[in-house]
Design a binder for this molecule. Structure first.
Ligand SMILES: [Ca+2]
Ligand SMILES: [Ca+2]
Length: 226
């Protein structure tokens, strides 16, 4: 780097950087663990990257640096065996990032998610109303979650997710709890249990289910067996 002043006088400084062939070195595998995983504001979370591994270097030779929020790194390079503690002042979910570096300067990132909860928060109550309670495969059912309630959050701040056929797999994304859904069941009939999970802004949940009966509108004539 050369610096020139307004009188034209110059000074120069240089730094050598080494660009090496990684050869047979392979990057480490970063791992992040945290205890506890959640707590109220002010909780001291303890983070560790000590379970990170590398194909060439022993754990004592691996270095880690930490990032508590989005943005730049918050620590220098430290031994991975050195635990880190951090507190968060506001409720929410935080993705804490760690970068682990081996002696060959190859690196890997891992993330720990911690949840800072409002301890005074109480869970919502899920209320699911499906009408009609029985119909055919051409019936459009009205799925009404709006009887649900929460002591802290009003209805539009609550989210609901549905498992239409009670197979344990949710079939929607998180939807606004103030929205009424209209759903038909053209491919299944019999007793169908619709399951709904509701979530408040603090992440607390409740569940409700209702069983409806769906028949085919066609008369099925089964063969008689003699
Ligand atoms: Ca390596
Ligand atoms: Ca609540």
């Amino acid at each position: 780097m050369r610096v020139k002043d307004t009188g034209g006088l110059i000074d120069t400084v240089s730094h050598i950087v080494h660009v090496g062939d990684p050869g047979s070195n392979t990057p480490p595998t970063a791992r992040c663990t945290v205890t506890p995983a959640s707590g109220p504001a002010g909780t001291i979370f303890t983070f560790s990257a000590a379970s990170s591994t590398d194909g060439q270097d022993a754990a004592k030779d691996l270095l880690a640096r930490w990032n508590w929020y989005a943005g730049g790194w918050d620590t220098d390079w430290l031994p991975i065996t050195q635990q880190q503690t951090h507190q968060f002042n506001y409720t929410g979910e935080y993705d804490v990032r760690v970068r682990v570096k081996d002696t060959g300067a190859l690196s890997d990132d891992a993330t720990c998610t911690v949840r800072v909860v409002d301890e005074s928060n109480t869970p919502p109550t899920a209320v699911l109303a499906i009408t009609p309670s029985s119909g055919t495969i051409t019936t459009t059912f009205t799925i009404d979650p709006t009887g649900s309630h929460d002591d802290e959050d009003s209805l539009p701040y609550l989210s609901v997710i549905f498992d239409w056929t009670d197979d344990g797999v949710y079939d929607t994304s998180w939807l606004n709890a103030s929205q009424i859904q209209h759903v038909a069941f053209p491919n299944v009939w019999g007793d169908i249990t619709v399951r709904m999970r509701i979530k408040d802004t603090g992440g607390l949940t409740d569940e409700s289910a209702q069983t409806i009966h769906v028949t085919t509108p066609y008369r099925l004539f089964l063969p008689a067996i003699h």
